[in-house]
Design a protein around this ligand. Structure first.
Ligand code: SAH
Ligand code: SF4
Ligand code: F3S
Length: 481
């Protein structure tokens, strides 16, 4: 078929990263002229809706997409029904994520029947998978724009083509070494913000698709990170979340800020920033220096998300996690000695290929021993192209579900025991939003525990002392002091 002769994925074009932002800004101005003209014809402003699936990394990318769309002349909306452009920022971490997208895409295609001018776009991790893009290209004619994780910043250029050529535009890259700075971004919260420090992942855990869809690990320049943090602080942001698939492997050059602990300390020195979080820490790379830095800097939140994945060293080896159960438990002990009241949370996968009842028991005893404040539990999901997909002894679904239920029961019991340990204390709480109950607001402690208490909207974005009167399992009812 002649249509398929051109490869779907191409190498990144030979354009210097430094000029990329300027190039995209030129396209933003051109798109804006076009959208203004359409808005005039329609007698109303155009609206854009970005729908986000997946992790914090995608949430941050969506802020960049929203910033660009706004510059391109699209007002923001969360209502797909009133949108002139819907952009799905997809995730493909588990099978379920893929299915979810197809459902939403079907609904969007229905909207396009009523509004033929509607532009439906797709980007993000799922679009880096060739068989998925082929399926969408042939089965979803309503989609007019597809791009991937490596060329996210080319949205203005691609949108310009969609409006100009009035036909479907697909541009996908095999990878990139570019990090494009200085493009617009529209933050979701005025008081807290995610800041990328690394992109991609080099770990190749045997079950995981991320290294294939996000590419090789790249670290941002520490000065660019600090510049962004300073400007966020100047804009009133109090809490920063440093983002990367494995923040501990951050390598930003030879200077003191070129390592993750050094970078954290530099972020601590930024006036106005009162809380710093980070996601995610890989247990194989969490250094003693990092533990010391957290212990001596009160601004760094007393919460570490430290995904363990399994309690069995045998399974951990098959997962290519490069640590053992014993290493993980030693690490936890070391962290607790240095930061006694720290909250630990984790991710666990049940029913990895070859997992025996004995391996699963190791996961249960690890959960019991560590005492996590909360745990994200997942049933292993086959991802095509990963080594685990072709491993022998894939676990039957009924066994997987049965183990999952047993794990969940334990995780909830231990989580409730652990997170009730602050009852009776007064702790600083960053107020994040109005509660559904009138007259109540909701915020978080440094330990990432949720607290509901009486208060009004004017408290949002402020850090206030709250007495944690009553633990209700995973959240507290409190009283402002
Ligand atoms: N970089 C992070 C994890 C990112 S993905 C880390 O290494 O900790 C978030 C979580 O999804 C993982 O921690 C893992 O528990 C889960 N996950 C990833 N691939 C999966 C798969 N194929 N099936 C089930 N869960 C998976
Ligand atoms: Fe996936 Fe492992 Fe990389 Fe995390 S560290 S993103 S689980 S490959
Ligand atoms: Fe999903 Fe991509 Fe994040 S696959 S979990 S959105 S890195």
């Amino acid at each position: 078929m002649s249509r398929n002769r051109k490869p779907l994925f191409t190498d990144q074009p030979a354009r210097p990263a430094l000029e990329e932002a300027e190039l995209q800004k030129t396209h933003m101005r051109r798109v804006r002229q076009k959208t203004e003209q359409i808005a005039n014809e329609k007698g109303r402003p155009l609206k854009g809706c970005v729908v986000t699936f997946g992790c914090q990394m995608n949430a941050r990318d969506s802020e960049k997409l929203r910033g660009v769309l706004e510059e391109c002349g699209f007002e923001q909306t969360d209502d797909e029904k009133e949108a002139d452009l819907i952009l799905f920022n997809t995730c493909t971490i588990r099978e379920h994520a893929d299915q979810h997208l197809y459902g939403r895409l079907g609904e969007a295609a229905g909207l396009k029947k009523k509004n033929p001018d509607l532009i439906i776009g797709l980007c993000g991790c799922m679009m880096q998978e060739e068989q998925i893009v082929r399926k969408i290209r042939s089965s979803y004619p309503a989609v007019s724009l597809i791009f991937g994780t490596h060329n996210l910043f080319t949205l203005p250029m691609l949108l310009d083509r969609v409006l100009e050529e009035k036909r479907r535009v697909i541009e996908l890259w095999n990878g990139t070494d570019m990090i494009v700075e200085d493009l617009p971004s529209k933050r979701k919260y005025p008081f807290k913000a995610g800041v990328n420090i690394t992109f991609g992942c080099n770990n190749f855990c045997s079950y995981c698709i991320v290294p294939y869809v996000r590419g090789r690990e790249r670290s941002r320049d520490p000065e660019e990170i600090l510049k962004e943090v300073r400007s966020l602080a100047a804009d009133g942001v109090k809490e920063i979340m440093l983002l990367g698939q494995n923040v501990n492997s951050y390598r930003g050059g030879e200077g003191p800020e070129g390592s993750f602990p050094g970078l954290l300390e530099a972020v601590c020195r930024v006036d106005g920033i009162e809380r710093i979080r980070f996601m995610t820490s890989h247990p194989k790379d969490l250094s003693d220096e990092l533990i010391e830095v957290i212990a001596r800097n009160e601004k760094i939140c007393r919460h570490i998300h430290l995904p363990v994945q399994s309690g069995s060293s045998r399974i951990l080896e098959k997962m290519n996690r490069r640590y053992t159960r014993e290493h993980y438990l030693d690490l936890v002990a070391k962290i607790r000695r240095a930061i006694p009241d720290v909250s630990l949370t984790t991710d666990l996968i049940v029913a990895f290929p070859g997992e025996t009842e004995e391996d699963f028991q190791d996961t249960l005893t690890l959960v019991d021993e560590v005492g996590f404040d909360s745990v994200f539990t997942f049933i292993y999901s086959v991802r095509n192209g990963t080594p685990a997909a072709t491993m022998p002894d894939q676990i039957p679904e009924d066994v997987a579900h049965e183990r999952f239920d047993r794990l969940l029961t334990l995780v909830q019991k231990r989580g409730q025991e652990m997170s009730s340990r602050f009852e009776g204390q007064t702790l600083p709480v960053l107020v994040e939003e109005k509660n559904r109950t009138p007259g109540m607001v909701t915020g978080r402690t440094s330990h990432n525990l949720t607290v509901h208490f009486e208060g009004d909207e004017s408290l949002i974005g402020k850090i206030v002392p709250v007495y944690l009167a009553e633990s209700r399992g995973f959240y507290y009812f409190g009283k402002m002091r």
